[in-house]
Design a protein around this ligand. Sequence first.
Ligand SMILES: Cc1ncc(COP(=O)(O)O)c(C=O)c1O
Length: 308
Amino acid sequence: MISASSIDLIGNTPLVALDRLYRGPGRLLAKAEFLLPGGSVKDRAAKSILLAARADGRLKPGAPVIEMTSGNMGAGLAVVCAALGHPLVVTMSAGNSPARARMLEGLGAEVILVPQVDGAPGQVTGQDIRAAAEMAETLARERGGFYVDQFNAAEAVQAHEFTTGPEIIRQTGGKIDAWVAAVGTGSTFMGVARAMKSANPATVCAAVEPLGCRPLAGEVVAKPRHLIQGTSYGAVPPHWNPRLMDLSLAVTDEDAELWRRKIAKEEGLYVGYSAAANVCAAAALLGSGRLGPDAVAVTVLCDTGLKY
Ligand SMILES: Cc1ncc(COP(=O)(O)O)c(C=O)c1O
């Protein structure tokens, strides 16, 4: 089969069993989103938002695309923009790993690094993100480009409701007891949760949050800095639907580090921190006894470890 463009490589990722790393009770399956052309799950949101904007005329052929990114959405947008012929300008907090800026520039994007407000290198906070978003909005006004606005775009959630979720349901034959995912914009978590709960309302949907930074759990944010880049910006995301979340699972920075190494060494999968946090949390949920002994928990390997 010949794919018409890189855009057609976005979607239909494999679901891999982490049977070496997690031996029970139950089984832990992970959606290999790091295999997408931009190297992360965000390719799906980028494709869905840009194709919708092209279809309804908000994005004119050849017009610039502008967005704030932690790096992964930018890479997804860069892939789609290259294939559709749009220039891309992204603003990014300087606290995100330099590997991301290099990849974005390699894909032809203009990258504007925004100084951190209260974070540290590798630890990007909500305030850092807001500063980068303000810069992107200003640029969009000045240059007359299409502002992607991933935190508010319904198409990002729909991408997961209509592709990622149904793919997982097909791949498992519908035998899913729990869905576990970290939350940046919340598009991945909510879109898949919607698909799974409409197929089976009993599916337990668990968000993953760093210990000390758990607004979804209703806790006061005591530690806005954490290692799980691309997620948990210290506030409930704008389009968050609390009814889709059954519980929030806490993961420490130490656990994210440890599980990232374990996933690489025991499964041969070199992934990023949010993927590691997801796997750690899913293993804890399966081991907690809340699900049955034959339960299947599905999570997502959000991005490649080469971005850090
Ligand atoms: C590494 C990583 N993991 C997880 C996410 C969360 O994805 P979502 O925005 O769909 O919640 C992101 C988002 O940028 C990310 O970059």
